[in-house]
Design a protein around this ligand. Structure first.
Ligand code: HEC
Length: 110
């Protein structure tokens, strides 16, 4: 584990979308922000299979347009890297705690 690299990667996040600026992020910005906030994406974690299935669901149920194979693969690779199940392995910041997971707000019971 290279902690310097982890720090550098974690800092380079696009301010308007919250997407880590890793190869492919601009495709995700262009294609995945048209219908909903990028926060919807940032809140999810998954591997290639999860993200491929998510994109297929967007296409089958929500009207997401088709991608050529290269674009599709670049987007899946990006999402599986930037929003992986185990952030410690890929050097992307952790998922923020949900309100219900926090114990400093008094909101846990609400
Ligand atoms: C044509 C519109 C559209 C586009 C483009 C789109 N989505 Fe979605 N997406 C939706 C809708 C509608 C929902 C459901 C929102 C809700 O339930 O409130 C959704 C929900 C989601 C969710 C959360 C719920 C779920 O079903 O998993 C994720 C993750 C997601 N989209 C990822 C993506 C990604 C990644 C892309 C780009 C590859 C993308 N979306 C592009 C329409 C779209």
């Amino acid at each position: 584990m290279n902690w310097l690299l982890v720090t550098a990667v974690a800092l380079v996040v696009d301010a308007s979308t919250g997407l880590p600026k890793d190869p492919g992020w601009e495709l995700v910005r262009a294609h995945c922000g048209a219908c909903h906030s990028h926060a919807v994406i940032r809140q999810q974690r998954g591997d290639h299979t999860f993200w491929r299935a998510t994109i297929e669901r967007m296409q089958a149920q929500h009207g997401l347009w088709a991608f050529d194979d290269e674009t599709h693969q670049t987007i899946v690779d990006y999402l599986a890297r930037a929003f992986a199940v185990d952030p410690d392995e890929v050097g992307v910041r952790r998922l923020p705690l949900q309100l219900s997971q926090r114990n400093d707000t008094g909101a846990a019971e609400q």
